[in-house]
Write a new protein. Structure first.
Length: 378
C-alpha cells in the first residue's frame, strides 16, 4: 500500500533564512516547527524536505558543508523528539559559476522532479500528499506533481524577501497559512471532512442536475468518452389552450341605451393668470468626487485580508511566560488587598497587620508592572 507524504520546503518554512546558509551554526528552527512535525507524523504522513540549493552552483557552499547543515537540522529536530524521513536537494542552477553544477535540471523547483523521484523511491501516493512552501516555485511544483498545496503566506513585516518573489504569479495554491502550525490545522480539517472539501472545490453544473435519465447504452458511451456529455431535454411543444364549453340558455340581446350627451358650456369669465414668480438664482454645491465602486471594493478587500493575516498571526503567536507570571502576581495583589480590608473591618483592629498586608500588595504590584515591561521589551 502506498504511503502519503508532506513535501516541505526548507528555508522560511522549517528554518530561518538569513540569505545563503553556509555554516551549520546558522541553522535555527522556526517557532512551532517541531510540534507541527510531530502532529503530521501522528497523522500518518512521511516528512520529506525538497529544497533548491543554488548556493552550491554559485560556489557559496559545497555539497559536503550542505550535508553538515542538514545533519545539524536533523540534530535539532531529534532534540525535540521528531525527525525527517528524507531530504532531497537540487544543487544546479543555469547561471552558476561552478561548471559541474551550471546547468538546468528537472529537479529544480518549480519542476516536480524531486517530488516524483521521492514518490518512486519511497512508494508515495502523490494524490494523498501535500506540498508546503513559502514561494510560487513550491506551489507550482506541488501542483504539477498532483499534490494539494499550502502557501506559507507570512505577514509583510516577517518576510525577509520581497513580496513579489514570494507570492505566486499565475499560480493559485489550494490553501494559505501564516506559518506551519496553521498549515497543520488545515491538513487536519481536510482529513475530517474530505468529501465536503471536494464538493466545494468542484462546482456542480446545472446541466448535470437537470439532465434526463439516460439509457444503459448512453451511460456506457459517456463513461468511455473523456469529455462530459450533457443531455438536453427537448423543448415541450406549445399546446393550444383548452376551451371549456358550457351550455347556457339563449337570451334576447337588448339594444344599448344611449344617454344624451351633456352640453358644452362656454365660460365667459376670463381665468386669472397665476402670478409670476421671480426665481432667484441658486448656487448649487460642488459635486463631491466619487470613488469608483471597483476601487472601493478592492481597497476594502485588501484591508480585510490584512486584518485576517494579523489576527491569524496573533492567534499562532509565541507564548509569553512573562505575561503568565504577571497574571499570577496580579492575583496575589488582589488577595493582599482583600486581607487588608478584612483587617480594617475586624473589631480587634491592628494597624501593624494592615500596614504589612498593604505593603505586600504594593510590592507585588510593582512586580506585575516589571513583568509587563519585560514582556514589552521582548
Amino acid at each position: 500500500m502506498s504511503e502519503k507524504a508532506i513535501f516541505l520546503d526548507r528555508d522560511d518554512t522549517l528554518i530561518e533564512d538569513p540569505g545563503y546558509i553556509n555554516n551549520p551554526e546558522q541553522v535555527k528552527l522556526l517557532d512551532g516547527v517541531p510540534e507541527a512535525l510531530i502532529q503530521l507524523k501522528a497523522l500518518g504522513y512521511k516528512l520529506i524536505v525538497v529544497t533548491n540549493q543554488s548556493a552550491v552552483a554559485h560556489g557559496i557552499v559545497t555539497e559536503k558543508v550542505l550535508g553538515e547543515i542538514h545533519e545539524r537540522l536533523k540534530q535539532l529536530l531529534a532534540e525535540k523528539n521528531t525527525s525527517l524521513d528524507r531530504i532531497y536537494y537540487c544543487p544546479y542552477h543555469p547561471e552558476g559559476v561552478v561548471p559541474k553544477y551550471c546547468k538546468e535540471s528537472n529537479s529544480r523547483k518549480p519542476s516536480p522532479g524531486m517530488l516524483l523521484k521521492a514518490a518512486d523511491e519511497m512508494d508515495i501516493d502523490l494524490g494523498q500528499s501535500w506540498c508546503v512552501g513559502n514561494s510560487s516555485r513550491d506551489i507550482e511544483a506541488g501542483l504539477q506533481a498532483g499534490c494539494k498545496t499550502i502557501l506559507i503566506d507570512m505577514p509583510p513585516a516577517h518576510q525577509k524577501q520581497p513580496a513579489s518573489s514570494l507570492s505566486p504569479a499565475g499560480v493559485n495554491p489550494d490553501y494559505k497559512a501564516v506559518n506551519i502550525k496553521e498549515a497543520v490545522n488545515i491538513v487536519k480539517k481536510y482529513l475530517r471532512s474530505p468529501a465536503e472539501e471536494q464538493k466545494q472545490a468542484q462546482p456542480i453544473s446545472t446541466s448535470q442536475t437537470e439532465a434526463a435519465p439516460q439509457t444503459a447504452d448512453e451511460v456506457s458511451e459517456a463513461a468511455e468518452s473523456p469529455e462530459r456529455i450533457e443531455v438536453q431535454q427537448p423543448a415541450p411543444e406549445p399546446q393550444e389552450p383548452e376551451i371549456q364549453h358550457t351550455e347556457q340558455p339563449k337570451q334576447a340581446v337588448k339594444p344599448p341605451i344611449r344617454l344624451p350627451e351633456p352640453r358644452k358650456q362656454t365660460l365667459k369669465t376670463p381665468i386669472p393668470e397665476p402670478p409670476k414668480q421671480i426665481l432667484e438664482p441658486q448656487i448649487l454645491p460642488a459635486a463631491e468626487p466619487q470613488i469608483p465602486a471597483d476601487k472601493t471594493e478592492d481597497l476594502l478587500s485588501s484591508i480585510l485580508g490584512q486584518l485576517k493575516s494579523m489576527q491569524r498571526a496573533e492567534m499562532f503567536g509565541e507564548f509569553s511566560i512573562m505575561r503568565l507570571m504577571a497574571g499570577i502576581v496580579q492575583i496575589i495583589v488582589l488577595f493582599c488587598l482583600l486581607v487588608t480590608v478584612w483587617f480594617l473591618m475586624s473589631p480587634e483592629r491592628q494597624d501593624n497587620s494592615v500596614f504589612i498586608a498593604l505593603g505586600f500588595a504594593i510590592v507585588f504590584q510593582l512586580m506585575t508592572l516589571t513583568f509587563y515591561i519585560m514582556q514589552g521589551k521582548k
